[in-house]
Write a protein that binds this ligand. Sequence first.
Ligand SMILES: Nc1ncnc2c1ncn2[C@@H]1O[C@H](COP(=O)(O)OP(=O)(O)OP(=O)(O)O)[C@@H](O)[C@H]1O
Ligand SMILES: [Mg+2]
Length: 159
Amino acid sequence: MQALRGIDLEIPAGSFTAVMGPSGSGKTTLLHCAAGLQQPTGGSVVLAGKELVFADEPTGALDLRSAREVLALLRGLADAGQTIGMVTHDPSAAAYSDQVLFLADGSIVDRLPKPNAGAVAARMASLVERVESAAGAGADAAGEPAAAFTWRARLAQGE
Ligand SMILES: Nc1ncnc2c1ncn2[C@@H]1O[C@H](COP(=O)(O)OP(=O)(O)OP(=O)(O)O)[C@@H](O)[C@H]1O
Ligand SMILES: [Mg+2]
């Protein structure tokens, strides 16, 4: 199978980039390729000699207060010139970044600069709906794609 499909991406030095997308969309694979932990089958990854910080769902299992501490730490590192790449499922965590990349099925399908939690959640919900309808997947009994409901539930928990 192909976990990533033709991703052409340049991350500005000293920026904080969040990566979001449905489960299995390739977020961890992208992070691993960028970090040199995984070798892409084609193409190349060029690191500009900068120190990079990669975090894969760093707040996934944390309470709100600890999550905020971690996110503030990452934000502070970026403000001090470190380049940060963070995978998250949480729109309010993504809001700490400078830009959010949205992955679906191994491709970058959307990008949101200067994100806030509401805008991120809305992009995610529409992305999930597009993915679901493209896959021809059935909606649930309420007429909503099941995955979009998960995102709204996560946002409600995070706020
Ligand atoms: N070692 C592997 N061997 C085979 N397939 C893999 C391997 N690692 C990942 N995949 C597949 O590649 C795709 C992308 O996986 P990846 O772990 O990057 O997704 P993800 O976006 O990080 O998902 P999640 O949100 O669940 O962490 C998935 O379909 C996954 O099943
Ligand atoms: Mg992952």
